[in-house]
Design a protein around this ligand. Sequence first.
Ligand code: FAD
Length: 475
Amino acid sequence: MAKQFDVIVIGAGPGGYIAAIRAAQLGLSVACVDAWSNAAGKPAPGGTCTNIGCIPSKALLQSSENYEQLNHHFADHGITASGVTLDLATLLGRKDTVVRQNNEGILYLFKKNKVTFFHGTGSLASKTDFGWSVKVSGTADEDLEGRHVIVATGSTARELPGVPFDEEKILSNDGALRITAVPKKLGVIGGGVIGLEMGSVWRRLGSEVTILEAMPDFLAAVDRDVAREARKAFDKQGLVIQTGVNITEVKTTGKGVTVHYTDASGAEQKLAVSQLMVSIGRVPNTQGLGAETVGLKLDERGFVVVDEDCLTNLSNVWAVGDVVRGPMLAHKAEEEGVAVAERIAGQHGHVNFDTVPWVIYTSPEVSWVGKTEQALKAAGRDYKTGSFPFMANGRARALGDTTGFVKILADAKTDEVLGVHIVGPMASELIAEAVAIMEFRGAAEDIARICHAHPTLSEAVREAALAVDKRTLNL
Ligand SMILES: Cc1cc2nc3c(=O)[nH]c(=O)nc-3n(C[C@H](O)[C@H](O)[C@H](O)COP(=O)(O)OP(=O)(O)OC[C@H]3O[C@@H](n4cnc5c(N)ncnc54)[C@H](O)[C@@H]3O)c2cc1C
């Protein structure tokens, strides 16, 4: 006899585990099935985000930034240290501990909220009178039945055609998080968020890093002023970035990897590196899910097709997160997970895609929400803009980090905030105020009238809002 649940969630990444917990909190009986195992073969819920994505990358970014500060910036504060050494094993071990604490936290939350967890691969098997049959193959095989199923199986790094990941010389984001000796030269194919973050980690730890990007523009989706400012800072740090390249061949050699490519001018080039990270996008995980068996519709790129409510073509089968359309971000997956759980419980969950923030956790950090200036121009929207440099912000000067600025775009007539773009210290934290204002469809003047603590970086956000109307308080 199959074990029956109101909801079966397949995948325990940020989309799946949040959906499972929210559904349980709303009084539904919930099972969550996840295949991820740690090195000891034990369950490691949390998906890409917890195991090889957001969390470990941020742990390494913090450790490497500390090393960079000690080696290059503490002297400005009159603090010098001699004999500074890098214990890479400890640094990587700390990252593993942070990951493990997050895995354990999720298992604890499952227990606390009475979510039944199954460790294994879940696949949709058939439609039944009760709902859907889901088979679990793992530590113990299980037959489950759910009135509703939420597919939250996430995504995996895309390989360069003909260049499979071996995680020794050709690295995905997974291998790039556990290199055991700092590579003399690291190549990165793909200058997106992941390539820039991992490239920054290894440059700070001592690698010569070269990033090869196919697009002619650096960070093409980012506001042009912000992308230019970030590029200037990365150049200064010695992160070599080439745009407009076309990779023609990748060869592994005894010593490392050689990348043949043509540069933006069409000239043939060769890059020899110890290791090569490939970060050219991600593919949705639908293998083993039973999509064909039950007729779950996928699009031509393999994503599960969903409507605006995250409902698939099958009744009571939903899908959220990286496996469906939209930005591949943990918080987007979480929002969709919560909204679907609420819909199943008869509530009216909602996700506002216009206010999903983006962050690149490099130094300087880059964050944005809403429209870029180039998008407003292309749409023929009448807008006004204000910006404020961190150079003129007291807290930034005290921190010793005055790179970048805040830029606000507002409707020319109504003053409604249409986009906020930040490059500089703590941009990841500062963007939350912009998201809140945009959720309430607030105006630049609303930000300008809010009391901001002094001295804080957030005063730069207020000054940028004042600058929209050509005013300043110069706090
Ligand atoms: C290096 C890196 C850094 C990142 N940093 C950030 C960041 O800072 N901020 C941010 O917002 N996003 C970041 N992301 C993106 C973020 O990790 C993803 O958007 C997010 O994890 C998607 O969540 P998800 O729940 O859809 O899928 P996932 O996190 O991929 O989880 C899916 C889970 O489902 C399991 N699974 C798959 N198929 C099955 C099956 N058939 N049966 C059972 N289990 C299955 C998988 O094993 C996995 O555990 C980063 C990604 C990478 C690679």
